[in-house]
Design a protein around this ligand. Structure first.
Ligand code: PLP
Length: 396
């Protein structure tokens, strides 16, 4: 039997992640400096790890409620209210999930009927388009532009809205560009969503990581938006807890109930020890988040300056831990640049096209790597750019 023919067609036709392909090459090489990973290089703060250990010691080894530990939901409610100025009832409007990844999947599956269109800004996180397809929706990308610092304009969004549009996905600060969104533009987008009756999924996973004193606004906090927004957040990035796999979705009760039904049958509940650790993160993790944020900001300043000095245009993003420099001046495509840099200089960056076709001409460099490593990587990249330009100049 040819098993390929047995695979559901919408799964079979899904392309493999461009990041995964690229990192299979990286893993086969020795002594690579990786600016490719979207994962904090910091260890999870010790008190949070200890909370997971104590959880095991105290025998917290059973299932929790499907919605998650009541104590954790209460703390999430307080945290979201304090930081984002939106109120959610911990009893009925908060669902603890296996990372933001699960929360995205649940929200899409709970909302979409086959053929519903989902708008999202691109370049974007690699899972958005596939998650929409897996939920039987139709992905509709709205390209963001370097000239606008990769923020989403209401004007560009309006052009892509059709009668089939149902959901808008937002992610600011953005992976892969580091872009943030001004409150004024967000207000225009909110008005469009109300006008066209769109539901918004706002992926807030990098929202603690903003720099230059920039305040972060969640669209959920704008007038008329709470009732049509699913607020998605988690612990992976700001608290350096990727492996714990805890996230959450906050939404009005009917939406939370719908997501909970899928979660209940497919996952049951998020990991119990990880939920105990998440309580500690919310209770006592703030100082460590500040410490890591300060370090990321120093690294961002260094990496942006280095990229511009070597002749790669790069805007200074105000959030997340990524920069997205333009590499067209080298005459290479994103993939050629990334592969060349890897082969010749053993530095790994992700081709911009891994984040959608509008990422062509750019690469993503993550600065969730120690400053000393970043310094060496920038030195090697500068050599690569110089050598590439000299070669293409010689050819011309
Ligand atoms: N959303 C964005 C924008 C991300 O960049 C990532 C991970 O890189 C995720 C969601 C997944 O997060 P989690 O570890 O909480 O599943």
């Amino acid at each position: 039997m040819d098993l390929h023919t047995q695979i559901a067609s919408h799964v079979r036709d899904l392309p493999r992640s461009g990041i995964r392909d690229f990192f299979e090459i990286v893993q086969s090489m020795k002594e690579v400096i990786s600016l490719g990973i979207g994962e904090p290089d910091f260890d999870t703060p010790w008190n949070i790890r200890e909370a997971a250990i104590y959880s095991l010691e105290r025998g917290h080894t059973g299932y929790t409620s499907n919605l998650g530990l009541p104590d954790l939901r209460t703390r999430i409610s307080e945290y979201v209210h304090r930081h984002f100025h939106v109120g959610y009832d911990p009893k009925t409007e908060i669902l603890v999930t296996v990372g933001v990844s699960e929360a995205i999947d649940l929200a899409l599956r709970a909302l979409l009927n086959p053929g519903d269109e989902v708008l999202y800004h691109e370049p974007c996180y690699v899972s958005y388009s596939p998650s929409i397809v897996l939920a039987r929706g139709v992905p509709v990308a709205v390209a963001t532009r370097e000239e606008e610092n990769f923020s989403l304009t209401a004007e560009a969004l309006a052009k892509k809205i059709t009668p089939a549009s149902k959901v808008l996905m937002l992610n600011f600060p953005c992976n892969p560009t580091g872009a943030t969104q001004s409150r004024a533009e967000l207000e225009k987008i909110a008005r469009l969503c109300i006008q066209h009756n769109l539901i918004v999924l706002t992926d807030e996973i990098y929202s603690e990581l903003t720099y230059d004193g920039q305040p972060h606004t969640s669209i959920a906090a704008l007038p008329g938006m709470r009732e049509r927004t699913v607020f998605l957040h988690g612990f992976s990035k700001a608290f350096a807890m990727t492996g714990f796999r805890v996230g959450y979705a906050c939404a009005p009760e009917p939406l939370t109930e719908a997501m909970m039904k899928i979660h209940q049958y497919s996952i049951l509940c998020a990991n119990t020890m990880a939920q105990d650790a998440a309580i500690e993160a919310l209770e006592n993790g703030g100082k460590d988040v500040d410490r890591m944020r300060k370090e990321y900001e120093l690294r961002r300043n260094f990496i942006v300056r280095s990229l511009n000095e070597m002749g790669l245009e790069c805007f200074k993003p105000h959030g997340a831990f990524y920069v997205f420099p333009k590499i067209t001046s080298t005459g290479l495509t994103s993939r050629e640049f990334s592969l060349g840099l890897l082969e010749k200089k053993q530095v790994a960056c992700v081709p911009g096209t891994a984040f959608g076709p509008s990422g062509e001409g750019f690469i993503r460099c993550s600065y969730a790597t120690g400053l000393e490593q970043i310094k060496v990587a920038m030195q090697r990249m500068a050599e690569f750019v110089q050598e590439t330009k000299a070669r293409s100049g010689a050819k011309a």
